[in-house]
Ligand binder design. Sequence first.
Ligand code: ADP
Ligand code: ZN
Length: 602
Amino acid sequence: MKNDNTNKNNEKNNNKYLWISVVALILIITIGIVSYFYMNNNKEEDTKNVAYTDLIKDVNEGKIEKIEMTVGSTSLKLKYRDEEEEKYAIVPNTQAFIELIQTKVEEGNEIQLIQNQQNVLVKMSSSLFSLLPTILLIVMFVLIFKMQGLGDKGKIYDAETAETETKFDDVAGLDEEKQEMIEIVDFLKKPQKFYDMGAKIPRGVLLCGKPGTGKTLIAKAIAGEANVPFISLSGSEFIEMFAGLGASRVRKLFEKAKKVAPCIVFIDEIDAIGSRRTSSGGAESENNQTLNQLLVEMDGFDSKETVIVLAATNRPEMLDDALLRPGRFDRQINIGLPDMRGREEILKIHAKNKKLSNDINLKSIAEDTAGFTGAELANILNEAAIIATINKHRSIGKDDIEEAVKKVTVGLEKQSRVISDKDKRLTAFHEAGHAIVSKFLETQEAVKEISIIPRGVAGGYTMYRTNEDKSYISKTEMEERLVALLGGRAAEKIALNDISTGASNDIEVATKIAKNMVTVYGMSDVVGPISINTDKDPYELQMFGENFGDTVGQEVRKIINTAYLRAQSILANNMDKLNAVANTLLEKEVITEEEFERFFIA
Ligand code: ADP
Ligand code: ZN
């Protein structure tokens, strides 16, 4: 309960400061407006204005009987000797003007000079008005500081709420990972049992996996199962922080954790603070401080404090080795993409509270979504619900799901974007190129849909059927994937004798695959089965000889060029098909799987 209160207090305080700032702002603005009108009322109507040069002349000629002015203001009220009506003037330099009047008076002119004290309200508000920017700045600074200090962003979910929150049942698939976690749940529930046996409690567990694979979810589930508080914090938050705050934030986080132990501390994106330490100064040394503090805290646990630190990252290879030493994050659990059964389970969980029509088969959706993360699958069902609502369907139907899949994978359809005929033609040949080339490649999946309707950043797309989960990809498969990827560019070149920027993403992906073939999978005969990671060590290439980098580069280029030539030759042998598919695309914009297959029947 205690934690709950601190949390609420923080919230309350933050609210309070927000209110104060709003009230202060309103006050300042009101005063400003009032004083503005007040000052303006003191002023004059246009017709009665006297120009400054005329005023000086009139003063010299003795025409003026009385001058009234307000201290601090440059506008004057004038009374001419032979006129009833009062007139007004503005003087550029009040002091100089007063001196002029004084000499005139000394010379014997009869001019009455009345200097009014400023009205208190106007005086106050006008000085406030000029101080306004400064005041606002100060208020904002104070607020920012208060919020930073108080809202120690680590969130605590109270033990009681954790009970009703996430459980292992909410995490689909990941059975082996859950199995490993059960041990930790046990530690948290009955630490004494383990201490009595002389066992040491694990301190840190590193969860490695792509974003959206459920790392946060499983961490929460552990807290939920063990019924302990879940304190979380994201590594990226440290990057935005002022100097020195990172380390103190880490210290506070662990102080809090020790107070509520047993508990789970979850650090998301730990690579943001835990990247390899560097000796250079500046922002990086700030990161070093934060990381050092984290190491100190990990080492500083009392053996009786049951705090388990879970950290998530997508780039374990980036982490400082010190973080991975025994007693720190010495356990690593890899969370991969869900397989077909896992995907079906995830879909089942997220379909629970949704109105699905009877014709929907979650299994077949799972078959079509190889490579999707749990977050993307959850997102698909949610998007489908939104699409169904917008289209006023009674329940979520097949087409809603299909639309949602496209939305999540390629972005939203942009029907409004006007595309020139030239662009359309280019896209049509590009996409037709991908599709036709794939058709002639043994290992490539069947084409499911080709479209030249722009979505997201893509001008068009070719979707493939993906219904096989594979643990390994063969060299032939990778080579053919490159051919399919470069089929777009090859078609542009062959059919239109011109190439465009539209293939940039294909080329990026292809280059990455080719690089991996040589440096990760050892698929180049010349280079041999060698793993090179220049991200980790920029000088690694030199280890293999002075010109080894050139050899690697040549091999990558050879792989790409071979694929590009093969794509061109496939298309050159099937020009009739390329033209037919591209022209159909120009006409109908979308070609389905069946329609595409029909081109190859004759
Ligand atoms: P990560 O921390 O790995 O980036 P999250 O745990 O934040 O991913 O996952 C985001 C969302 O995706 C979850 O809140 C959940 O809705 C969904 N999700 C991901 N993996 C699973 C899973 N295995 N089972 C059920 N839902 C999942
Ligand atoms: Zn392409």
